[in-house]
Design a protein around this ligand. Structure first.
Ligand code: C2E
Ligand code: CA
Ligand code: CA
Length: 426
């Protein structure tokens, strides 16, 4: 490179996740101190190779010199991310803050600093949307962030505007073939058509700080529906809500206000949500059971909790993740795995529910393996309370008798799924 050629460099935008909630939890002064410590730690990490400035409100910018390609830039960004993780690891909070880093590479000529800064900020937003620590800017980031922003705005309006509703998917008892419960699943519809799937809007709600509102909404509807439809109903609780300081109060208020009577309420908590702060999570599960609430471990087999931890989990039910159920009939490995999960649950006196059951062969295989309860499109998709009541009127009977019932067709209306968002962004 000639002496006059400008040296390549990169600009990094570093955003602290959930900054406003961090401020609320720690208090203004402690949060300010933490941000100052972070700034110093980032400066130490970069040393003479770069400069770090605090942009404000949990945002930092960094310039790093002598960056020749995106691999180089990733290394620098990863180093900063690890530095932040190390510092945040010492913060006394159940859910540790994280950083999202966007990177834009400059050649020293061509792109203006302002343009580069904007690109690094868009890449940081994309990192947040993808839940990845570091994203290097490319044109896919623009589309992804735009999509996420417009859906995010729409979603906040949806919660206020009555576009959200709670639907219920029946669960069938294997021994009797009779519906024995249902799971509450959130739906976002406009003019009777789905707008986006929960896999897309639940992360948006989390990001927008609306999860508490959304959980209260699904909880209060589900408890009332349980009485109206005369069936136990389970509600999904996210990791963030399980660890929220008002969670146990919220559950207590819900149970006393919308008393589900003879049908104990169940909360479904993913195995992964328990790993965050295990001891705290266990205490909370015990408190729920003290309140008469059943605890179900959702997506079991995907959360990597070790058996040593597993034996300490106070749960009434295990839900086998649908990824193991899908190929059960054709894949002996999946069959062995599900058999082991069912034996494990038996050992700890837990009920086993298998989700994602779409055909009778899978149903029979699960019945042979000793599964207690089945949920899946084979019997019904999630439906409104009115339809559930109607469905139960006709189907509170042994559903194994009528094996000719046509399996339900997928909805014809367009829904934005997580996979489509990824594909659009590509
Ligand atoms: P999940 O808790 O694992 O819920 C089961 C999902 O499997 C539902 O997807 C359901 O429609 C789908 N499913 C059930 N049977 C079958 C089947 O036979 N085949 C296939 N392919 N899928 C089946 P859904 O409704 O799209 O929800 C996705 C996820 O969104 C849920 O997974 C849950 O984690 C989350 N979610 C939905 N509503 C809420 C909510 O109110 N609060 C929270 N925290 N999460 C929710
Ligand atoms: Ca669930
Ligand atoms: Ca599940």
């Amino acid at each position: 490179m000639g002496v006059d050629a400008p040296a390549p460099f990169c600009l990094l935008s570093l955003d602290v996740s959930d900054f406003s909630r961090l401020q609320a939890r720690l208090g203004h002064k402690a949060c300010l101190n933490l941000m100052q410590m972070l700034c110093n730690a980032l400066r130490d990490a970069l040393g003479a190779r770069g400069r770090v400035i605090a942009v404000g409100e949990g945002r930092f910018g960094a310039v790093v010199a002598k960056i020749f390609n995106s691999g180089h830039a990733m290394l620098a960004a990863e180093k900063l991310a690890r530095t932040a993780d190390g510092l945040f690891g010492q913060v006394d909070l159940a859910i540790k803050p994280r950083v999202f880093i966007g990177v834009a590479i400059g050649t020293g000529n061509g792109l203006l600093a302002e343009e580069l800064l904007q690109k690094s900020q868009i890449a940081a937003e994309a990192a947040r949307a993808r839940s990845e620590r570091v994203v290097v800017y490319d044109s896919s980031c623009d589309r992804e962030v735009l999509l996420s922003w417009s859906l995010g705005n729409d979603f906040a309006r949806a919660l206020d505007g009555g576009e959200l509703s709670v639907h219920y998917q029946p669960k069938i008892d294997v021994d009797s073939g009779i519906p024995s419960g249902a799971e509450a699943l959130m739906r976002w519809e406009r003019d009777g058509k789905p707008v986006a799937t929960p896999d897309v809007f639940i992360p948006l709600a989390t990001e927008a700080g609306l999860m508490q509102q959304l959980t209260w909404y699904s909880l209060s509807n589900a408890l009332r529906a349980s009485v109206a439809a005369d069936i136990p109903i389970a509600v999904n609780i996210s990791a963030e809500i399980l660890h929220h300081r008002e969670f146990l109060d919220m559950m207590h208020t819900a149970i006393t206000t919308w008393n589900p009577g003879k049908h104990a309420a169940t909360v479904e908590i993913t195995e992964g949500a328990l790993v965050t702060d295990f001891e705290e999570a266990m205490q909370r599960l015990n408190r729920l059971r003290d309140m008469g609430i059943r605890v179900s471990i959702d997506d079991f087999g995907t959360g990597y909790s070790s058996l040593g931890y597993f034996k300490k989990i106070p749960a009434d039910e295990l839900k086998v993740d649908k990824s193991f159920v899908r190929n059960l009939v054709g894949d002996p490995d999946d069959r062995r795995l599900v058999k082991t999960i069912i034996e494990l649950a038996r050992h700890f006196r837990m009920q086993v529910v298998a989700e994602g059951v779409e055909d009778w062969q899978t149903f029979d295989t699960l019945a042979d393996l000793g599964c207690d309860c089945i949920q899946g499109f084979l019997f019904a998709r999630a439906m409104s309370l009115e339809r559930l009541q109607d469905w139960l009127t006709h189907n509170r009977r042994d559903l194994r008798v009528d094996r000719t019932a046509a399996e339900m067709q997928p909805p014809r209306t367009a829904v934005v799924s997580a996979a489509e968002v990824q594909a659009l962004a590509r």
